[in-house]
Design a protein. Structure first.
Length: 80
């Protein structure tokens, strides 16, 4: 397990990673977090198809997702 602790003046500006197959399921195989100060990750393994989500307006205010033995989905909550 990894913990990321942001500085007081640090905030999330993007999430990227890869999705791939794990058995019969499509899962998130890796994830990277971008902040206004730097990058955390890549966490996980590399194979799969790229995805990315960046914020150009508003800000990230939370996450949600689903997992079993792997992370199946990851979503973000945005605040205007």
């Amino acid at each position: 397990m990894h913990h990321i602790i942001f500085d007081d003046n640090e905030y999330l500006i993007g999430i990227s990673g890869r999705v791939g197959s794990f058995g019969d399921n499509t899962v998130i195989t890796s994830v990277t977090f971008q902040t206004n100060i730097g990058t955390y990750g890549e966490y996980g393994t590399n194979p799969g198809t790229d995805f990315s989500f960046g914020v150009t307006r508003g800000k990230f205010s939370g996450f949600y997702g689903k997992c079993g033995s792997s992370v199946d989905s990851l979503g973000v909550i945005l605040q205007a």
